[in-house]
Design a protein around this ligand. Structure first.
Ligand SMILES: Cc1cc2nc3c(=O)[nH]c(=O)nc-3n(C[C@H](O)[C@H](O)[C@H](O)COP(=O)(O)O)c2cc1C
Length: 356
């Protein structure tokens, strides 16, 4: 088949033959003793879903936000990065910490350690495609070894008395899509909830996420399955929920610079109507408050650097955004960064008012 540059994404073609239906209610869901306000999850993203971002997404409608992964290697436990990743002060319940590793004993110990540190849910990472993770046979590499998956899941579930959840991809590569098998192993081992990114490890982030395997998993197991991958709009969210039969949705990259996407999806699923886009004044205020929280959490030096990518995401698509990003990325202090960001959004607001 020749694919022209104008070939619409597969999901749009499928949406026509399988139209999305608005759900009557966006049912709240439960993980162990925790009842979530809705079934929308912020995806764990290393370097992105730190405590300030998780809190922001929860405030703007996410029912659940999983931490960035922490290594099961005890030698790394004292590092500033790991300590920061395990910091949940002031974070609303339930607090879920994701652990990554390949050794059942170390994974069990890491789970216990994090529960002692305040984690209320342990999430196991079997979805990360990063080379440095897969080279030590962790993350998505584990999908190649089903007996090892069983041993890890059994060990972690036995080690803690909090719910244990699992995040996977659909398999190692397209020739080895074993997610249905892994899901049933997870169910047998006592995993409470399963999130599935609709790509194999070999696919990395290329092409479109596929939802057929997620639908197969949902039909095969009785634990809640959360569909993940390329959910970028409220309409698509509704379609994915319907098409896969998943209990909930997990959103990652589409929340970068758009933490209100959870509110938009929640509103659409409940009412069938689009939530209006936030006005620029709200975008400005949300970003400025986010920056303040980053400076407090990381300290000024690191906070200013972490903030740069968030400023870029929030300003994407705005007129003059490229020039602004170039300039703002050179600034070294919080006060300069805040002032330039405020000025940029105020200029955008004046331009919009003039055009109206
Ligand atoms: C920058 C970045 C970091 C990520 N870090 C993690 C991680 O620590 N643990 C994990 O399970 N998945 C991680 N992922 C994968 C996401 O959780 C998610 O499965 C993936 O981005 C697909 O969802 P999306 O299309 O909504 O972004 C990461 C993804 C990105 C883009």
């Amino acid at each position: 088949m020749v694919i022209s540059p104008f070939t619409p994404p597969r999901f749009l073609v499928m949406m026509r033959t399988f139209p999305p239906k608005t759900l009557d209610k966006n049912k709240s869901m439960r993980i162990g003793p925790y009842v979530l306000r809705n079934n929308l999850f912020l995806a764990p993203m290393a370097g992105v879903t730190d405590r300030p971002f998780r809190q922001l997404c929860k405030r703007l409608g996410a029912g659940m936000a999983v931490s960035e992964m922490v290594s099961s290697n005890s030698l790394l436990r004292g590092s500033a990065k790991t300590l920061r990743r395990a910091n949940h002060e002031g974070e609303s319940e339930p607090r879920s910490v994701q652990v990554v590793g390949a050794d059942p004993k170390m994974m069990a110990e890491a789970a216990r350690f994090n529960v002692d540190g305040g984690a209320q849910i342990i999430d196991i990472n079997m979805g990360c495609p990063a080379k440095k993770v897969c080279n030590v046979m962790a993350g998505s590499a584990l999908l190649q070894d089903e007996p090892l998956v069983t041993r890890i899941l059994e060990a972690v579930v036995r080690a803690v008395d909090v719910p244990v959840t699992l995040k996977i991809r659909t398999g190692w590569d397209r020739a080895h899509r074993n997610a249905v098998k892994i899901a049933s192993i997870a169910e047998q081992c006592g995993i409470t909830l399963l999130a599935v990114h609709g790509r194999t490890r070999a696919c990395q982030y290329q092409g479109e996420a596929e939802y057929d395997t997620i639908a197969e998993i949902c039909a095969a197991v009785n634990i809640p399955v959360i569909a993940n991958g390329d959910i970028t709009t409220a309409e698509k969210a509704s379609w994915v929920l319907r098409y896969t039969g998943a209990a909930g949705l997990m959103i990652g990259r589409a929340a970068q610079g758009r933490p209100w996407i959870f509110r938009e999806i929640d509103h659409y699923l409940r009412s069938g109507r689009r939530h209006p886009e936030p006005p620029l004044s709200e975008v400005r205020d949300t970003l400025l408050a986010h920056l303040h929280n980053l400076y407090v959490f990381y300290g000024e030096h690191t906070g200013v650097r972490v903030a740069r990518k968030h400023i870029s995401w929030y300003s994407k698509g705005q007129a003059g955004g490229g020039v602004f990003r170039n300039a703002v990325n050179r600034l070294q202090t919080a006060s300069e960064q805040l002032a330039m960001t405020r000025e940029f959004f105020e200029t955008q607001m004046s331009a919009t008012e003039l055009a109206a």
